[in-house]
Design a protein around this ligand. Sequence first.
Ligand SMILES: NC(=O)c1ccc[n+]([C@@H]2O[C@H](COP(=O)([O-])OP(=O)(O)OC[C@H]3O[C@@H](n4cnc5c(N)ncnc54)[C@H](OP(=O)(O)O)[C@@H]3O)[C@@H](O)[C@H]2O)c1
Length: 248
Amino acid sequence: MVGDGCSYGGRAGVDRSAGSRAPYLVFRNHHVGREGLPLHVLIIGASRGIGLETVKAALAAGHGVRAFSRSADALTLSHPKLEKHPGDALNDGDVAAALEGVDAVIQALGVPASELRRPVSLFSSATRVLVPAMEQAGVRRLVAVTGFGAGDSRDAIPCPGRVPFRMLLGRAYDDKTEQERLIRESTLDWTVIRPGILVPGPGCGRARVLVEPSTWRGGLISRADVARVLVRELCEDPHIHAAPVVVW
Ligand SMILES: NC(=O)c1ccc[n+]([C@@H]2O[C@H](COP(=O)([O-])OP(=O)(O)OC[C@H]3O[C@@H](n4cnc5c(N)ncnc54)[C@H](OP(=O)(O)O)[C@@H]3O)[C@@H](O)[C@H]2O)c1
């Protein structure tokens, strides 16, 4: 039965949050795709960070994973359902080849901190490649990572934090805003996940998924817990056409 592993009420598109009192999404054991079957999932940006954690979480949930990044060959993980697929998210041919035979895509790209002060275009450029390729290939489900402060969530940053946020992350988040716009304008069944500040560590197996703009706030979250939210979006109660903020 789909969703046996998740204890989280509500339905897609309905606000399941109530500000800081929003119920925790608590992750338990395995869950699989919406029809109760394991999916074949393409994870873009799979070699580090959230993407790598998502590879582990998706495999643990029983899905088959195609792990895509420029250095995917160097992944030290091995698993019978893991396929390492080196490629560049900016290259149309690489992306089209990576989409063959997959049911869903999780996009978890990132740029190194050292590059954040330069103009950033990776997020929008890669999305300009991915969205039409998915539409062409008939792969409808996209779960994409941006961040709290992208798109309309920028207005939820408290006043004292706005200037430092702009100075440190403005260029990257302008590009993430453009990434979100491209996704919103697509014909895909998309979800944008906007994590708060990422911290290392295995996580605590829970997260708040804040759908309603009035509840959006900053906060911490581990990459591992973001990964579990991303994978859960592939199973029951997905937040289709929504862009929740995710924090502990
Ligand atoms: N740090 C925070 O507090 C925070 C808060 C909210 C949101 N976020 C966002 O969360 C996301 C994930 O961050 P992270 O730190 O977990 O990940 P990360 O360490 O930045 O990993 C980035 C991934 O993207 C891949 N990648 C980069 N360029 C690529 C390309 N052209 N083609 C294919 N793959 C490419 C990298 O692999 P290769 O190099 O092998 O290609 C790597 O696997 C980022 O978008 C970040 O902005 C961060």
